[in-house]
Design a protein around this ligand. Structure first.
Ligand code: MN
Length: 434
């Protein structure tokens, strides 16, 4: 049996029970090695695997990959080759690293391929050309609609008919570990006579998952919902940082703008849909109302059961879990999002990033943003050091984790973590000099 089809198969590399990266995962990423060389990589347990070294040693020869495919700072060229190639490479890596393989005893070769995770930097794995963020959790949209508008009509009339989304900025998507700056901006509270400018006082996280696309069909062909997953390279954790005070003032009538595009953090290992296959879950029912035919999809296995959690760690203090949610709650599936996105002729390219929107579950403990958890700051949460939070404070670190677990098999995403730094003091006079 192929090691990827056997949930019991093991690697000869050490993998702890709590690891997100057993032999059955084989995610893709990019690492910076200690010699400052950037290469495409995979990961088993706490060992990064240099795919460029594997290619140079001849292990992918029969796959006829382009020369230098993995000696790059991004996965885009690999992603462009399409799903049959993603599958062949992932399958080969698992064969090579299964216990008892020929590679196990080749210590000289292995020294060229394997890097302890602590000695490398996992960087932004993809050059992200376009970034779209959806709003696909019914619970989240209902909560935000209740707070920002009207609890009686929380969902706007279009929401149950199409996956609402907006185009974000890829320029400020950063990998886990990169610090985030509290943004300056304009806001106007309900009692302020005029808008004010200054540091946002309601910086928030949004617990999301993202999928990275392959190249879409060329020409004017939309992606049909039943084939959409062929164009999904893999998934990562996403923190779509948000400034709620800026958002509430600016979003009318065209939607999110500067409240969202100051930073978005992404986890560095892209987990393939194939690795997530054992953890598929049914999508919520869409019979009232039924969507238009181009969005109709069998709900069976349309979502993925990913346990998600968010922690806040104040500077010098341990973290406190403030949210536990699940990706399976999404009302609109990834396939429906991609079908909708391309139905008008919009093209997608290898390395585009599609955020799910905040993933909130039905109860308070499963809300995926501080906006919802504290109900716009009115009901602060108490952290384990005794301090309280309405929103995120300077020097807080926000950590998101996600994993699937079933029948003893755990496949996960690692984490996306970032620390919020104080706002820049913005002085117009200083920007015109030199
Ligand atoms: Mn978002």
């Amino acid at each position: 049996m192929h090691p990827l089809s056997d949930p019991k198969s093991q690697s000869f590399l050490p993998v702890s029970e709590q690891s997100d990266f057993p032999l059955q995962n084989i995610p893709f990423g990019v690492i910076e090695r200690p010699d400052e060389l950037f290469v495409c990589a995979s990961r088993i347990g706490d060992t990064a695997l240099d795919l460029n070294a594997l290619q140079q040693l001849g292990y992918f020869d029969d796959l006829e990959l382009p020369e230098g495919l993995f000696g790059q700072e991004a996965l885009n060229e690999f992603i462009s080759l399409g799903r049959p190639v993603w599958r062949a490479v992932r399958s080969r890596i698992a064969e090579l690293y299964a216990a008892g393989s020929d590679l196990e005893d080749k210590s000289k070769q292995r020294a060229e391929i394997e890097w302890p995770i602590a000695e490398v930097e996992a960087v932004l794995p993809v050059f992200i050309g376009d970034y779209t963020d959806f709003y696909a959790s019914r619970e989240h949209a209902t909560n935000v609609g209740s707070m920002f508008r009207d609890p009686a009509n929380a969902l706007l009339p279009n929401w149950l008919h199409l996956p609402v989304g907006y185009h974000g900025r890829s320029s400020t998507i950063v990998e886990s570990g990169v610090n985030i700056r509290r943004p300056n901006g304009q806001s106007k509270g309900p009692n302020d006579p005029a808008p004010v400018f200054g540091p946002s006082i309601k910086v928030d996280f949004e617990l999301e998952m993202a999928f990275i696309t392959g190249d879409g069909p060329t020409g004017e062909t939309p992606i049909p919902v039943e084939r959409a997953e062929e164009y999904i390279f893999g998934l990562a954790l996403l923190n779509d940082w948000s400034a709620r005070d800026v958002q509430q003032w600016e979003y009318v009538p065209l939607g999110p703008f500067l409240a969202k595009n100051f930073a978005t953090s992404i986890s560095p290992w892209i987990v393939t849909l194939d690795a997530l296959a054992p953890f598929r879950a049914d999508r919520p029912n869409q019979e009232d109302p039924s969507p238009l035919p181009y969005l109709q999809q069998d709900p069976k296995g349309a979502n993925v059961d990913v346990h998600l959690e968010v922690s806040i760690a104040p500077q010098g203090h341990p973290e406190t879990v403030v949210c536990q949610s699940n990706f399976k709650h999404m009302y609109w599936s990834m396939a429906q999002q991609l079908a909708h996105h391309t139905i008008n002729g919009c093209l997608i390219n290898a390395g585009d990033c599609m955020g799910s929107g905040t993933i909130s579950g039905p109860e308070k403990g499963s809300f995926g943003s501080m906006l919802e958890i504290t109900w716009n700051g009115k009901e602060p949460v108490t952290l384990s050091d005794g301090s309280q939070r309405g929103f995120i404070e300077d020097h807080d670190t926000v950590i998101m984790r996600g994993y699937c677990k079933k029948d003893g098999l755990r496949i996960g995403f690692g984490e996306v973590s970032a620390t919020l730094l104080p706002a820049l003091s913005w002085n117009p006079a200083s920007t015109s000099k030199n």
